[in-house]
Design a binder for this molecule. Structure first.
Ligand SMILES: C[S@@+](CC[C@H](N)C(=O)[O-])C[C@H]1O[C@@H](n2cnc3c(N)ncnc32)[C@H](O)[C@@H]1O
Length: 186
């Protein structure tokens, strides 16, 4: 499980507003259902394309990325508010205390980090009543945009992986080219 990591050489492509066609900021914020006191974890934040749009709806936003140079993109953004913290780490060893994250989310990244160890780590850092929201490319999409079909999971595979890690699925929807999942740790 888990496919290749998005290359930092193509980081500029992540800031293309045309990407909102596949997941708008508005629908993401709606799915996250944040309160102003929430601590949010953006898993595989990349350049911060969605991170910065989500941040005003939470108290603290952690932009996690395994690639140092991606975190630098986020760190160097002129429009990054002080309550958005870039963190360089992989999902398999999160530098966060148990039960400290209200909402963790990922956009177009689940297929890159999905391993049993990563799910166990996300399960550990989320509050018991917290939520994980993942929007990612569908295996049965067209493949015209995004990663190749072989690198994607189906909605059913993603659901099964999270259930295997002890998550309870609250929402699982197929949309054109992508799926959207919401899960609780218990
Ligand atoms: C396709 S990009 C998407 C970036 C961002 N979520 C967006 O939608 O603009 C995936 C990002 O996830 C990061 N990533 C991949 N696997 C990761 C892991 N196991 N832990 C943390 N970050 C990871 C990559 O370095 C890359 O920046």
């Amino acid at each position: 499980m888990g496919f290749h990591t998005f290359p930092v050489e193509r980081a500029d492509q992540l800031d293309d507003p045309a990407r909102y066609r596949f997941c708008s900021l508005e629908e993401l914020v709606y799915a996250l259902d944040l309160t102003p006191t929430d601590t949010v974890l953006d898993i595989g934040a990349g350049t911060g394309f969605y991170t910065l749009g989500v941040a005003p709806h939470a108290e603290t936003t952690i932009g996690l990325d395994i690639q140092h140079r991606m975190a630098e993109h986020l760190m160097d953004r002129d429009d990054r508010p002080p309550d958005v913290s870039p963190v360089v780490a992989g999902t398999d060893a999160l530098p966060l205390a148990d039960g400290t994250v209200d909402v963790a989310f990922s956009t177009m990244t689940f297929h890159e980090y999905s391993t049993a160890q990563s799910h166990a780590e996300l399960h550990r850092v989320l509050r018991p009543d917290g939520r994980l929201v993942a929007v990612d490319w569908r295996r049965d999409g067209t493949g015209e945009d995004g990663p190749s079909l072989e690198e994607r999971f189906s909605l059913e595979e993603a659901v099964s992986q999270l259930q295997g890690a002890g998550f309870h699925i609250l929402r699982a929807e197929s949309r054109p080219e992508t799926y959207l999942l919401t899960a609780r740790p218990r």
